[in-house]
Design a protein around this ligand. Structure first.
Ligand SMILES: *[C@@H]1O[C@H](CO)[C@@H](O)[C@H](O)[C@H]1NC(C)=O
Ligand SMILES: *[C@@H]1O[C@H](CO)[C@@H](O)[C@H](O)[C@H]1NC(C)=O
Ligand SMILES: *[C@@H]1O[C@H](CO)[C@@H](O)[C@H](O)[C@H]1NC(C)=O
Ligand SMILES: *[C@@H]1O[C@H](CO)[C@@H](O)[C@H](O)[C@H]1NC(C)=O
Ligand SMILES: *[C@@H]1O[C@H](CO)[C@@H](O)[C@H](O)[C@H]1NC(C)=O
Ligand SMILES: *[C@@H]1O[C@H](CO)[C@@H](O)[C@H](O)[C@H]1NC(C)=O
Ligand SMILES: *[C@@H]1O[C@H](CO)[C@@H](O)[C@H](O)[C@H]1NC(C)=O
Ligand SMILES: *[C@@H]1O[C@H](CO)[C@@H](O)[C@H](O)[C@H]1NC(C)=O
Length: 548
């Protein structure tokens, strides 16, 4: 709600100008009651009003600058409190703001308004001087007055094309119109006058402009003020300091009035049109500092109540391991970031059960590798070290090549077989399979030495055609009949045309020696069984023919 008050009422007998008086005291601000008064000085303040604070600023903060020296500005740093509140009684520049209303009376003959007070002591016994011990300053006749104060009036007006403003008085007096300095009567001086014709300022008729007055009484022993104007100032509202269109700064300073001694808050004066019942401080805003920090989603910001620093604390990221997610570097604009923990080639992407990544099963790999042509003689599995799903023969050949493993493609059963022995049916050949090659090596069976046994089987018959011998495999004695044509001789193998030979059945059986046959069909080959002498005589069938 904006409280609309019209302070200047057009052509009324009196108009009331509202402003703020800041009560100062030489004890708090040595720019008041300086030992020497140097009189009027120009250019003490900057020619343009600070549009934010709406109070004048010194051209220089150097006390030895010409303007400050002649303007009796012994402590230029404290000029900032001339027209703005400072309620810290322990600090230099301490002051007390007091609202004031100045009634301007209409001069009927020429339609201008005048404020005239040649004894302008509006705050005697008020402000700092409520304390009797502070009422130290008197006029020549010994009469006490409060001689040290500044007055600020911030207002606006509608420029009608022919306005003027004139002033006469002491001490500092500055008027800004449209934020530009138009009356410049600085310093501690006796009554000085100045006037301004608004037509000369380049203003546009019908437009509203700010007008700001600043007046100070800085020294004994006189205080005079008189101004005359036909400017019609308007107010949209009065702030809680009682200032027309004010912003509250006349009586409220965030650093002093609203200081809650909490470094973690930003102190702010109440909005200008706040209705104050009691102390302004009760209506101040104290914004937590954190709210003013740009949000970084990786950190929370907390103000340290001791230091007032905004400390950053990392925001803990959620434990999403149940969803097989692990957190990765936090992104300041989006916050915690997670990535799948199921990144192994043997994990099924984005499949998580109870915090465990689902692993590619043999069935999964079978379908992945062979689709609908799954091989029953293969074993499918996943091996991350091999790059994922792999397929291996189901019936693996062992290192022993004498045992052959194969798979039955009908039913997938493994068949384990020995390499067939080519001499399996010949017990006189020893065949041994080499496990490295799977090949058989063979060697003839060595008949065991059974000479002792032969001894016992010594000839036991007088029949020269009965041969007594010993069975090699068992050692049993046996007798065989030597065919008549060979058995006449009495030798051990009686027939010298025969040699010992072992049959496939393991029996020793004499056979004819090979040399007997000369391969010539035209000879009769003869061997003498007693001497072993071989003779070849012309065959009888060839005697009469030439066919040989
Ligand atoms: C008041 O001013 C004094 C002196 O400058 C300073 O030490 C103190 O902290 C101020 N107090 C507050 C509440 O600002
Ligand atoms: C208007 O009249 C008053 C009172 O007579 C006088 O002081 C003032 O100077 C006049 N102003 C102008 C602009 O003539
Ligand atoms: C504005 O100026 C015109 C002509 O100069 C005058 O007639 C009128 O009364 C003025 N209005 C105000 C509000 O002064
Ligand atoms: C101001 O506050 C007092 C005390 O809290 C209360 O009695 C009074 O009604 C209030 N006045 C207004 C105008 O709210
Ligand atoms: C606040 O800052 C002080 C000084 O650096 C430190 O000792 C203290 O631990 C901080 N407090 C917190 C809550 O961080
Ligand atoms: C953070 O996230 C935003 C939005 O997704 C992206 O544009 C930006 O590149 C990310 N920053 C980093 C450092 O990853
Ligand atoms: C061994 O004898 C059996 C039965 O007589 C026969 O089936 C098999 O083929 C023979 N093996 C070899 C290697 O001669
Ligand atoms: C010899 O023959 C006799 C009678 O036939 C027999 O009793 C004896 O055991 C035989 N001796 C040998 C060494 O075979």
């Amino acid at each position: 709600m904006i409280n609309i008050n019209i302070i200047f009422i057009i052509f009324y007998l009196a108009i009331i100008l509202s402003g703020t008086i800041y009560d100062h005291h030489p004890r708090y601000n040595p720019n008041f009651q300086t030992p020497i008064s140097h009189g009027l000085v120009k250019n003490l303040v900057k020619p343009v009003l600070n549009p934010v604070t709406r109070v004048p600023e010194l051209n220089s903060l150097d006390p030895s600058s010409t303007a400050n020296f002649y303007g009796d500005m012994v402590n230029p740093g404290l000029f900032q409190y001339f027209f703005s509140p400072n309620n810290n009684v322990s600090s230099p520049g301490y002051n007390i703001p007091i609202p004031i209303s100045l009634p301007l009376t209409l001069n009927k003959d020429n339609g201008t308004y005048t404020f005239d007070n040649q004894n302008f002591f509006p705050i005697d016994n008020q402000g700092i001087d409520v304390d009797p011990s502070k009422r130290l300053y008197k006029d020549a006749k010994g009469v006490y007055h409060n001689y040290h104060f500044c007055l600020k009036i911030n207002s606006n007006f509608l420029f009608n094309g022919s306005e003027m403003f004139s002033f006469v008085g002491d001490d500092d007096f500055f008027v800004f119109i449209d934020n530009k300095l138009v009356i410049d009567l600085g310093g501690v001086h006796s009554a000085e006058s100045a006037s301004v014709n608004l037509n000369t300022l380049g203003l546009t008729k019908g437009k509203v402009y700010p007008i700001d007055f600043f007046y100070c009484e800085r020294h004994t022993s006189k205080s005079t003020i008189r101004f005359n104007t036909n400017i019609l100032m308007t107010c949209k509202f009065i702030d809680y300091c009682g200032v027309c269109n004010g912003d509250g700064t006349s009586c409220c300073n965030p650093q002093t009035t609203c200081n809650d001694n909490n470094p973690c808050t930003i102190d702010q004066c109440p909005l200008p049109y706040t209705k104050i019942n009691g102390s302004i401080s009760d209506y101040c805003y104290h914004h937590p500092k954190e709210l003013y920090n740009p949000s970084n989603k990786c950190f929370t910001h907390q103000c340290n109540i001791t230091t007032g620093n905004i400390d950053a604390f990392p925001i803990p990221c959620l434990d999403l391991s149940k969803d097989c997610l692990k957190s990765k570097a936090c992104n300041t604009s989006t916050g915690c970031q997670y990535e799948s923990a199921c990144t192994d080639v043997c994990h099924i992407e984005n499949q998580c059960i109870n915090g465990k990544c689902e692993v590619k099963s043999s069935d999964y790999c079978a379908i992945q590798l062979d689709g609908d042509k799954v091989d029953i003689c293969s074993v499918y599995s996943c091996d991350s070290s091999q790059g994922g799903c792999i397929k291996q023969e189901k019936c693996q050949q062992g290192s022993n090549k004498c045992i052959v493993t194969s798979c039955d493609s009908e039913n997938g059963n493994c068949i384990v077989e020995n390499v067939p022995n080519p001499n399996a049916n010949d017990s006189c050949i020893i065949s041994i399979c080499n496990p490295d090659t799977g090949l058989y090596s063979s060697s003839p069976l060595q008949c065991p030495d059974r000479s002792n046994e032969y001894e016992k089987c010594k000839r036991n018959t007088t029949n020269p055609c009965i041969e007594t011998s010993c069975k090699a495999s068992t050692g049993e004695c046996f007798e065989i009949e030597i065919p008549g044509d060979m058995c006449d001789c009495g030798c051990d193998i009686k027939n010298k045309c025969m040699r010992s030979h072992c049959t496939k059945e393991g029996k020793c059986s004499p056979v004819f020696i090979a040399e007997i046959d000369d391969g010539n069909t035209c000879t009769d080959d003869y061997c003498d069984p007693c001497t072993g002498l071989i003779t070849h005589t012309t065959a009888s069938k060839c005697l009469n023919c030439n066919s040989c």
